[in-house]
Design a protein around this ligand. Structure first.
Ligand code: SF4
Length: 237
């Protein structure tokens, strides 16, 4: 897995952004996250060695993990990224977005029913956003779709939006002031996935976590491990 950040920076746009790790990290270094700027890695997928081969080998590429790939402030740069993504058909490019309602404004002219090598993860955190964003996402021409419910902030019924989804990823919030994650909500989404034969992954616990009506505070370093220990991931057949 390789990261590609053609630009960095993002503006909060959703309930799930409250404790955004990019904003928190930047605040410690006095960087204004709201400024969206191109990075030196803009052309990373197509950079070449002296012998003419690509520096970046065939791999899964995590795209825009210091931004939201569909953010308005990057509209002028995105088309060139699509051209690089198309050129590197040997790689798979995965991005998350909280701005799925901008998707159709952001795709290239030759997108048609989607590029084979692009995975789009639509992020939701509560029922209101699930109803708004997943009803849009479910109709979009995308070959590979993932839903990320992280940080999950309440019980969410998303079953009617699961047709055509490959995986649902669920997780809690990581912060000393994190909002609660109730394990019952996690199991509820898992059951929805099993009924619709969609893969399910419990990615991380929340710092403040409720299980069997008992409240736990979990250290950041243990959040993913505790989720793995629950051993509730499901692979679709
Ligand atoms: S959309 Fe994502 S990257 Fe942007 S502020 Fe919200 S959580 Fe952070």
């Amino acid at each position: 897995m390789v990261r590609w950040d053609p630009w960095r920076g993002c503006e909060k746009c959703s309930e799930g952004c409250l404790h955004c790790y990019i904003h928190k990290g930047d605040a410690k270094r006095n960087i204004d996250t709201n400024m969206v700027v191109k990075t030196n890695h803009f052309s990373k997928p197509v950079d070449k060695l002296k012998n003419g081969t690509y520096k970046m080998k065939s791999c899964l590429v995590y795209l825009g993990f210091s931004t939201d790939f569909l953010i308005e402030k990057a509209d002028e740069w995105r088309q060139i990224c699509w051209e690089m993504i198309k050129e590197r058909s040997d790689c798979t490019f995965l991005f998350l977005t909280k701005r799925i309602d901008r998707f159709l404004k952001c795709i290239p002219d030759d997108w048609n029913d989607g590029y084979d090598n692009v995975v789009v993860c639509c992020t939701v955190e509560d029922q209101k956003n699930a109803d708004y964003k997943l009803s849009i996402f479910s109709k979009l021409p995308v070959k590979h779709k993932i839903i990320t419910a992280q940080p999950l902030l309440e019980r969410v019924d998303m079953e009617k939006y699961l047709d055509g989804i490959e995986t649902v990823v669920v997780g809690g919030e990581s912060d000393k002031d994190a909002r609660l994650l109730d394990y019952e909500w996690v199991l509820d989404i898992r059951n929805q996935c099993i009924r619709k034969n969609v893969s399910f992954e419990f990615r991380q616990c929340g710092t403040h976590f409720i299980k069997d009506n008992k409240k736990y505070t979990i250290q950041t370093k243990d959040l993913c491990r505790q989720a793995r220990l629950a051993n509730i991931d499901y692979k679709r057949c």
